[in-house]
Design a protein around this ligand. Structure first.
Ligand code: IMP
Ligand code: MG
Length: 193
């Protein structure tokens, strides 16, 4: 795909995080995770769908033993703002009691998704619960949701690629792009993951 394209069906977009930078950040995250969890076993919990490429690369970059499970979350709200109403559409298949759980998220925006998921998982009494996000988007943060490992920090803007979608498009792109139009106002947040 060309980096910019102004046709109506193809929003203009520019590369924000090229694949080499993504790979380098994941390598650094994996080193930090390996250090922090030395001697332990991890359960990586990917939030579908957006984290599917990130968790695939992260799981291959870490050296400590790790099981992998997934959840799927639906969040409701207006088109520009997610609400605190979050529902688990697909739950974990593994029990997490007494395990070291690391949530792997594509992007934390308001933080509602993460907060709701953490609250629910904490009720199951894991040995520890931490969060790793590829992108920490700060401008619209509405919760205290704590993020332990951050790939990239972004103030605002809508991004796609490397798992992230706009209306289910662009997930398969190997680089992360910033959408140039006012697409944030058109972007459905509900359940796309
Ligand atoms: P939150 O509940 O507001 O933190 O929403 C987080 C979820 O919204 C992420 O898991 C993504 O699925 C989605 N999201 C937020 N910002 C973006 C973006 O810039 N591009 C694609 N998806 C996004
Ligand atoms: Mg998501």
């Amino acid at each position: 795909m060309s980096p910019t394209n102004t046709s109506p069906s193809q929003p203009a977009m520019t590369v924000l995080y090229p694949r080499a930078e993504i790979a380098a950040r994941i390598e650094a995250l994996a080193q930090a995770i390996d250090r922090d969890y030395v001697g332990r076993e991890l359960l990586l919990v990917g939030i579908l769908k957006g984290s599917f490429l990130f968790i695939a690369d992260l799981a291959r970059a870490i050296s400590i033993p790790a099981a992998i499970d997934f959840v799927r979350i639906a969040s409701y709200g207006s088109e520009t703002q997610s609400s605190g109403i979050v529902e688990i559409r697909k739950d974990l298949e593994m029990p997490i009691r007494g395990r070291h759980v690391l949530i792997v998220e594509d992007i934390v925006d308001s933080g509602y998704t993460l907060e709701a998921l953490c609250n629910r998982l904490l009720l199951r009494e894991p040995a520890s619960l931490r969060v790793c996000t590829l992108v920490d988007k700060r401008a619209q943060r509405a919760t205290e949701a704590a993020v332990d490992y951050v790939g990239f920090t972004l103030d605002s803007g809508f991004i796609v690629g490397y798992g992230l979608d706009f209306d289910e498009r662009f997930r398969g792109l190997p680089d992360i792009y910033l959408l140039q139009t006012g697409t944030r106002t058109q972007s459905p947040k509900g359940g796309g993951g």
